[in-house]
Ligand binder design. Structure first.
Ligand code: AHR
Length: 316
């Protein structure tokens, strides 16, 4: 009798758990890059596949819109919240509100400065490591030559901008022939990358004094490639280009010889996030605080045309 009751209780907890995961709010940053578009597409598809009712909110790059969206999700009584935080700071109050409402929050692709007991888990890459991979690639390829580097940073105050800058500097530290001569944000957009690169080229002897570009994402690198071409230089040759994301367009640029290397960031953050939520809802399984995705380096020798073909229909 007792055994039957226990089994029934366990089944009912599990059943409640599974059905409780059915409505999930997703506060997305916006659509600043090809990578971001792919993350949105894959999250929607993954939700549909699992029968999850995904409530999607596009914050158009504004933290205040994300905070309002989270408050609205809480008011609607969603079962969980996915948050891709535009910047790292300023989340404590709203995360506390979600915690008080007993709604688990999963961070996607970016980190926050808040205490880690305010969210269930974070899915993402090691952003410092990504910068290190990019910096190591450049250091190896430049060898002992003097190299003046320009850097296109991501959105100011965002964890990838902070950490990718840090990782790159870690990699080139102590190499006296490598110097970052200019660094400015291009806000993770193609337009931003192009405009800032134009100003770098102008300030650096029409680009003659620039040896390499490190861009915190591929979209800014693609914008910069256009600016370099318009300045009459050959991107990928006159100016080496290394960036992050591995979007299809950067593989096309690599196949054409216009870009040299990229570090992959998978846009499928939702798969591991939903897995963690389902296990948590089913029986209270606590995920690791950080679910790390891989950071793989691709160069021109990795058959960029094939990589483009493999990715071009994935929603980027
Ligand atoms: O947080 C991940 C970064 O955000 C991607 O590298 C960039 O393309 C996006 O906008």
């Amino acid at each position: 009798m007792i055994r039957t009751l226990l089994v029934t209780a366990a089944i009912s907890i599990a059943a409640t758990g599974m059905s409780a995961a059915q409505t999930i709010g997703f506060s997305q940053i916006g659509s600043e890059s090809g990578w971001r578009a792919a993350e949105t597409t894959l999250t929607r598809k993954e939700a549909e596949k699992r029968g999850i009712d995904l409530k999607f909110s596009d914050a158009q790059q504004r933290q205040e819109n994300q905070i309002s969206a989270i408050r609205s999700f809480i008011a609607q009584g969603v079962d969980a919240i996915l948050l891709a935080p535009v910047v790292a700071t300023g989340w404590d109050s709203v995360l506390e509100e979600a915690k008080e409402a007993e709604i688990p929050v999963v961070l996607l692709d970016r980190q926050v400065d808040s205490s880690d007991d305010l969210y269930l888990t974070a899915v993402g890459s090691d952003l410092v490591h990504e910068g290190e991979v990019a910096g190591n690639w450049l250091a190896e390829n430049v060898g002992d030559d003097e190299c003046r580097i320009v850097e296109l940073q991501g959105t100011t105050g965002s964890s990838p901008a902070i950490d990718r800058a840090k990782g790159f500097r870690n990699a080139i530290e102590g190499k006296d022939n490598l110097e970052i001569v200019r660094s400015q944000t291009g806000d993770f957009t193609r337009t931003g990358g192009k405009e800032v690169m134009e100003s770098f080229l102008q300030a650096e002897n029409g680009g003659q004094d620039i040896c390499a570009l490190y861009a915190h994402n591929d979209d800014m690198a693609i914008g910069a490639i256009q600016a370099i071409k318009e300045a009459g230089l050959n991107p990928g040759e006159d100016i080496k280009i290394v960036s992050i994301d591995a979007v299809p367009d950067i593989f096309q640029a690599m196949a054409a010889g216009d870009a040299n290397a990229t570090v992959e960031l998978t846009p499928n953050m939702a798969g591991p996030a939903f897995d963690a939520l389902e296990a948590y809802m089913a029986d209270g399984t606590m995920p690791e605080k950080f679910i790390q995705t891989e950071s793989k380096l691709y160069t021109q020798s990795d058959d960029p045309q094939a990589e483009y073909e493999a990715r071009k229909d994935l929603g980027y």
